[in-house]
Structure formats: C-alpha cells, structure tokens
Ligand binder design. Sequence first.
Ligand code: KG4
Ligand code: ZN
Length: 346
Amino acid sequence: MRVLGIESSCDETGVALVDASGPGVPRLLGQALHSQIAMHQAYGGVVPELASRDHIRRVLPLLADVLSQAGCTTAELDVVAYTRGPGLAGALLVGAGVACALAASLGRPTLGVHHLEGHLLSPFLSADPPEFPFVALLVSGGHTQLMRVQGVGRYELLGETIDDAAGEAFDKSAKLLGLPYPGGPHLARLAEGGRADAFKLPRPLLHSGDLDFSFAGLKTAVLTHVQKLGEALPGRQADLAAATQAAIVEVLVKKSLAALAQTGLDRLVVAGGVGANAQLRAQLNAACQQRGVRVHYPELSLCTDNGAMIALAAGMRLQAGLALPERRYSFDVKPRWPLDQAAATA
Ligand code: KG4
Ligand code: ZN
C-alpha cells in the first residue's frame, strides 16, 4: 500500500511516499522538501498569504521529484494523505486541495492527518525507533506539549504551554537579539560562544507541580536585558543567547523528567523543530541515562516540518485500522485542532 503525504501547514512544503504494506513501520520510498525560510526572512516571520502562494508553486514539482525517486507514477498511489491541521488556514488549504484533487482524479481515497501526530511519530523513521508506550515531548514553533502515548492514536495530554511555545520563545528572544528568522537555530549557534550563567533569567512554572509550561515571561526578561544593555548588546549577545537557551532547556528537561516520573514510563520521544537543539539533546540524554530512561529523536532532517512524517502517520493509522480513508473529495481544514481530539478518529 503506497501512501503519499503532503505537508503545507506553515512555511515548508513537503511531499513524501511510504510503503505501508505489512505490519512493520512504513518504509520511506521518497521525499522532497522546499523551505520558504529565505522568502519570509525579509519580513522577520512567516507571512501567511505568501506562504500559501508559495505552496501552490512548489507542491507539484516536489510531487514529481518524489515519484521519480520512488520510480512510480501517480497511478500506483493507493492513498493520498495531507496535513488537515493545525496550522495556517490558507496554507493548509493548498495541501488539502491538491491532495483531494489528485485523489479524485485517480479515484483513490484521501486521509487528513494531524500535524502533531506526524511530529510525534517521526522518530519511527529513525535508525533507533521507539516502542510504545512512551512520554512524548512535542516542541515546535507553535506547540509545547507533554503527552502519554500508548499506541497510534492513543494520546493523552499531560501538560502544555499556557502562552508561548518553546520554539516561539527561541524565535522571539532571537529577534530581540537582532538575529534573523527563524531564530532558534541562530540563537543556538550564537549560544555556543556564550556563558549561560552570565545572566539570571526566569524558569517559568519550573516548580508549579504540574506539567504545564509558560515562556512569555522569559521573552519579557530578555527584552529588559536587551534594553538595559543598549549599545553594549553586541559584546554580550552570546552570553544572553546562552542564558536564554539554558532557561528554555532546563524547563523542558525538568518537566520531561517529571512526566516520566508521574507516568512511570521509561521511554521518552522528543519531536518537533526544537528537538533539533543540541543543548536540549545533550541535557536530556545525560538526565535520562542517569535514570535508565531511553530517549528517541527523529533524524535531524525530520525534526522540522516535512512530508515524510505525514505519509508515515497516515500509513501507521491505516495499519492500526484507525483511519477510514474516504472517497469524498470535499474537504475542510482545522487551523486549531487539539491532538487528543483527533487521536482515535479518522
Ligand atoms: O516543528 P517546526 O518545524 O514547525 C512547527 O510546526 O512549528 O518547528 C519550528 C521551530 C522554530 O521555532 C525554530 O526556531 C525551532 O523549531 N528550531 C530550533 C532549532 N531548530 C529549529 N530551536 C532551537 N534550536 C534549534 N537547533
Ligand atoms: Zn511542525
């Protein structure tokens, strides 16, 4: 069974094809990605209308690339999956529209996939795939969540951010430091040359006793330091970057450990763009090793948005008998869509 996946929820157009025949993890047959980062950089963030227009231009050439990698034609596709939400409404509509038009022309079923389910399952494509059950730390530009994952489609929300997401905290702090969009990787690079203890920054909700996060106050604290430093900022930029990263990473690590303790699980899966952060990986690895907990990550190239995770999630849902692919070609998208609401249904 060949499942095509199309991702277009934000600023990356991704297309991928998996083979989901048999009981094993779906096998990736081809994937192609176009990042719009360079286009949005001039504006300091994603411009939704530009994102939608660029998805329209990119998606069919990417599809042709994937089919040629896999050595097959559209006629050999069995299911066409797409990101149904959450994300930017206009951007989602492009992927959904293309997927449904393609499927209609082929007489094949479609399947709308939850973007975060894609992130959450993406480590199954790595060389060291996890086993269920596990705790998942989902850290992307728009979401920061801890979930208890019992199996495909069986997700229980344990805690989440009450304001900014971890990726947003990286991006907004980076912007205050004068770094380009998306700031996360730039801030991480700058932090390598800085001293994390040079500034005292808050660790919001660290001792709240629950598994929720809050990062808005951190951004305000960074702003205060930037204003105080004024013209001295360039000389202290690396230290402030290192301190910001340390604050975000410490909260993510401590809350992940608390979620493992609360659930009694001994496996952690980290997914989403911030999962590419080297400091987060190093500190989680060290803390988990001490406690006998296995940590799994997606391949670095699959941490940020991509089509492979959407094709994979669709394939795994079909294998689990959870999703009913449909031959109805009218579609809707869900810009806001809690993962636990999408979990067990198609
Ligand atoms: O998962 P993703 O590609 O998009 C969403 O679904 O939101 O995550 C993008 C986020 C951005 O905020 C970006 O700055 C952050 O992931 N990010 C990083 C790193 N690489 C990407 N943050 C910190 N360190 C990194 N190395
Ligand atoms: Zn994402």
